[in-house]
Design a protein around this ligand. Sequence first.
Ligand code: ADP
Length: 271
Amino acid sequence: MTEIIRLEQVSKEYPLGAHKVQALKDVSFSVDAGVLLVVAGPSGSGKSTLLNLIGQIDVPTRGRVIVAGHDLSGKTPDELAELRLRTVGFIFQSFNLFPVLTAEENVEFPLLQMPEMTKPERKRRVAPLLELVGLTRYARHRPNQLSGGQRQRVAIARALVTRPKIVLADEPTANLDHKTGSGILALMKQFNRQLGTTFVFSTHDKKVIDFADHYVGIEDGELRFLGLRKEGRWVVRDEWRDRRQAERRQGDRREPARSDPATDSDQGTLS
Ligand code: ADP
């Protein structure tokens, strides 16, 4: 498997008055290309910060972020913007569509930043994607004429239109009812399987976690669990077991995270 994302001892601090908020502390992990990864943890645990660093809309205070083979350290804002355009698509919990643009114009929008794309080429990209998300009939509708689930489908098509290697979805189901949210997750999984696009989505909802096949658990800005699904069950990644064993040898008796899919059974299979 090819590695598509790597974080090396990443910390992020935000200034807050005279103090600092430590949003991420010394987080290291890697992600293989083509997986459907969930970043799970309670509200305020650092999920959005993590996605923003991978998505190159923020930079770490310490540590290195490597995306699609590019070390993001020391890149200029212009270089980051270009890399972002070519490597990642974003889906947000509040959809973030332009209210004055139609569904098809919203999907087309990222392509306007690619000078090599002609108008006919842009149309040829947008139409099949709108069809794949089931919105051909709604192409000329504005966001306020669409339901929440339909808006999120527009956002998925927009995230995919540049053919990114990675799609980042920050709590994509948080503003949707359970059934609509499940439909959105199923659609993301379908694109993950069909296109091989790596999907990273965050959630604080345990019901949503099982849509993923890889799992990063964070709490209070710290990495607490790395898992993957095997035959329908969560198992601990070897890398994480080795790290925990090394920490134990050094006398670290940290409590298991509340955000783990099970309590501290990191010696083997989780159910
Ligand atoms: P989550 O997505 O898990 O809810 P966040 O990454 O949004 O968590 O936030 C992690 C921590 O960092 C929280 O304590 C939050 O208040 C803080 N934080 C996030 N963004 C900022 C910011 N721009 N300025 C100050 N503090 C921030």
